[in-house]
Design a binder for this molecule. Structure first.
Ligand SMILES: [Zn+2]
Length: 137
């Protein structure tokens, strides 16, 4: 299996960033960095929208990030209805990399605040599927 293993619902099985799933299997969450201009991307891209290079390296996203903002989804798009409510957030990690993702469901509403320290971790879903989430650091 390839990229179809990513997420609760995967909308494609083939992508140039398929290696992202291999990193998840090794408990790593990676973005890409353009070898042409040094721009960093998360979600990973293999085509740089700045210098148009398609030559990229992978780098791990680790350490602590800062939660910038979040929202609680009370209604969900098709396929995610059984998951609501859930919290989506954006956190900034080192080098300015911003990660958009769900927050750990076990965090109470009171615990989630802009500026809180978060880390990113791999989550194993049913049927050998993988994703990542933000949780308290
Ligand atoms: Zn570039």
């Amino acid at each position: 299996m390839g990229f179809e293993q990513f997420g609760i619902i995967s909308f494609t099985g083939v992508t140039k960033t398929e290696q992202f799933v291999e990193f998840l299997k090794n408990n790593e969450i990676c973005g890409t960095v353009c070898k042409g201009c040094g721009a960093r991307f998360f979600p990973p891209r293999t085509d740089c929208n700045i210098c148009l290079s398609d030559d990229v390296d992978w780098f791990p996203i680790s350490g602590e990030g800062n939660l910038i903002t979040y929202t609680k989804a009370m209604f969900a798009p098709a396929g995610f209805e059984k998951d609501v409510p859930y919290v989506l957030g954006v956190a900034e990690f080192s080098d300015g990399i911003k990660v958009f993702g769900r927050l750990d469901k076990s965090l109470s509403d009171d615990a989630v605040k802009p500026g809180m320290k978060v880390k990113i971790r791999v989550i194993n879903l049913e049927n050998d599927r993988l994703t990542y989430e933000l949780t308290a650091a």
